[in-house]
Design a binder for this molecule. Sequence first.
Ligand code: GDP
Ligand code: MN
Length: 345
Amino acid sequence: MQLLEYQAKELLSSARVPVPPGTVVGSSSDYVPEKYPVVIKSQVPIGGRGKLGGVRVVKNFDEYNEALATLLQLDIRGYVPAILLVEQALQYTHEYYLALQVNRDQRRIECLYSLFGGVDVEASCNDIAVISCEATDWKDIIATKLHIDHMKLATLLDDLYDCLVTNDLLLLEINPLMKTKDGHLMCADAKAVVDDNARFRQTALPWSDERRITPLGGSIGIIANGAGMAMSTVDTVVAMGGSPANFLDIGGGTGEAVFIENIQKIMTLPGVASIIINIFAGITRCDDIAHGIIAAKRQLGDLLSLFVRLEGTNKDEAVTMLKKENIPVLDTLADCIHGAMGVDI
Ligand code: GDP
Ligand code: MN
């Protein structure tokens, strides 16, 4: 899960990492800054906002109001922000690039750093160096390269490292890390990606249960787990002459409530006549999925025709459970698609 900038900054702040004081505002907010300039930043889960007009520095009340209205409507690569982050604008003399990330291949946490950060960092990506945080002198090496006081940078890196580990982050990127006019280091931007597998213990983080149902206009509803599985199910339906009603990756570790909610949502799509449930259970178990389907059937009563294909862990238990409820489990996706199209199986 990628956090929004303001959420990442909350984690930083809790880890004693310096971030500018800020306030989150939405369309109905009546917050007015006490002093200017302030920077207003679109809270969308992607980078490159600066170049797309999603970061504005404003000098007075009129500019502030105008920027607020504009940014709340500004589409940034498909995302329109629900909220904006308003911060005291930093007076800075330099922008660095700093990131910590988990490198799974190398089984280590490493630090990426560059003397030059900011919106053009992609263009200068050759200048980004990498060092393992297991190297004994990694903090000194970085401090030397960035011309930053060693003690100051060591403290910052220790706190960032702490933040990464305690929150189960896979990536914590500060771009830019700003050197302010009065000589302090300040994280002007932050990107944090949380390891989804840590959800069970990171209960305080803002996990979202929202799964996106993308309507596709056809008659066959689709529930699959994994984006690849969901896409190939959509493709196979089309290849066999059917018309998909939607795309949905229902994700792993899926509970009953999620099934009920999503089956309900798919049933409201115009023209939908049946639903294919195509699951490969690895971490999720087939019997958990069966519980979800059965709960949905009980709760929603007269369901649309369901065509279920399950493979993986505890398949046999799941098939037995579903059969008891008169929900047939078919052997292949092709059987499901034929069933959904009303072709005899
Ligand atoms: P991104 O483009 O999505 O990575 O958004 P950033 O938060 O990194 O902002 C982009 C650029 O806006 C930064 O590189 C800065 O040049 C500028 N910027 C961001 N925050 C401030 C600020 O507080 N003061 C000033 N003057 N500029 C800022
Ligand atoms: Mn940035």
